[in-house]
Ligand binder design. Structure first.
Ligand code: TYM
Length: 336
């Protein structure tokens, strides 16, 4: 008889702050959907991470539900995947504390995201911001994750998660699976439309990013205004032509065209036509998601059910890892 093969496990998370962007979609969310058939997947709305920056509670609640609705609207099937809120599984915070004791101050202070964020929020450089990557390591290691689909900006955090896992395993034996990253071939770093040497970020001004929920006319307007150069050549040269290279990457990621094909089709015809083609492909991708989003976000009973079932299923897996960790560490519960 054929034996059922245990699927490899995937974990990834997205912060529920602000508007999810085209960068989040191309860098992560789209891969979540592509991987859901082949892997055993957990996709989390990481609301505890969002607390590292001051949030308005009513806004945060709305943003959490909006993010879950976008996950579902982008095609993630809650039967196949575990979709849940990080804060509903207390083991994330618990393991994070344990791993804090196996992480060094020096490692955390080298994290570029910590440096960037503490410059941005100079009035609130809290300990949570500092140990943010440890909570992220806990998210991943809690589920014995094999593969983590993320954008390039999270690579450094994944490396530290691997280091922490290896360090812990070095002391206690094979407790954690050491995870690998999974990055998109094109679009691992979608750049700002106004400053194409910086990554597209949902915490930057609105004209610098395309939100997944932006309506078609807004998308077209933002792309027409995207910074390019004065050369009028559609050639992939990220160093010297970062604006054009970024738009080419977006078009390539969404349409499957290679850079050479894009050059052959749009070079020498003015940037207007090229930008319109980028807008067409972005709109064709996002419009169906937006339609499903309208239906899903209105169905509160459905969202509640996804939320409850997700946290229950995630908790069961997390519990197993925590029992193992507790046993290795020598902390309760014991059988007396
Ligand atoms: P977050 O919420 O900033 O982003 C979510 C995902 O989107 C990717 N991404 C991008 N990809 C390409 N181009 C961009 N401009 C772009 N902007 C964002 C991110 O790489 C990420 O994959 N710390 C994480 C959330 C997290 C997590 C985890 C991820 C917490 N725990 C465990 C994986 C595993 C974050 O802030 O992502």
């Amino acid at each position: 008889m054929e034996q059922a093969v245990q699927k490899q496990r995937i974990f990834s998370g997205i912060q529920p702050t602000g508007n999810l962007t085209l960068g989040n979609y191309i860098g992560a969310l789209r891969n979540f959907g592509i991987l859901q058939d082949e892997y055993d997947c957990l996709y989390s709305i990481v609301d505890l991470h969002a607390l590292t920056v001051r949030q308005n509670p009513a806004e945060l609640r709305k943003a959490c539900l909006r993010t879950m609705s976008i996950f579902l609207a982008s095609g993630l099937d809650p039967e196949k995947n575990i979709i849940y809120f990080q804060s509903q599984v207390p083991a994330h915070a618990e393991l994070s504390w344990v791993l804090n004791c196996y992480t060094y101050m020096g490692e955390m202070s080298r994290m570029t995201q910590f440096k960037d964020k503490s410059a941005k929020h100079a009035d609130n450089i809290n300990c949570g911001l500092f140990t943010y990557p440890v909570l992220m390591a806990a998210d991943i290691l809690l589920y014995q994750t094999n593969l983590v689909p993320i954008g390039a900006d999270q690579k450094q955090h994944l490396e530290i998660a691997r280091d922490i896992a290896e360090r812990f395993n070095g002391v206690y034996g094979d407790v954690f699976v050491v995870p690998d990253g999974y990055f998109p071939k094109v679009g691992a770093r979608v750049m700002s439309l106004q400053e194409p040497t910086r990554k597209m970020s949902k915490s930057d001004p609105e004209d610098t990013y395309i939100a997944i929920l932006d309506k078609p006319d807004i998308i077209r307007k933002k792309l027409r205004r995207a910074v390019t150069d004065s050369e009028n050549s559609v050639v992939f040269d990220p160093e010297n032509k970062p604006g054009v290279a970024n738009l080419m990457s977006i078009l390539s990621a969404l349409s499957g065209m290679s850079m050479e094909e894009i050059t052959a089709q749009y070079d020498g015809q003015g940037y207007g036509k090229f930008k319109d083609a980028v807008a067409d492909s972005v709109i064709a991708t996002l419009e169906p998601i937006q339609k499903r989003y309208e239906e899903i976000s209105a169905d509160k009973a459905y969202l509640q059910q996804v939320m409850d079932s997700g946290s229950e299923r995630a908790s069961a897996i997390a519990h197993k890892t925590m029992l193992k960790v507790r046993k290795k560490l020598g902390i309760a519960p014991w059988k007396l």
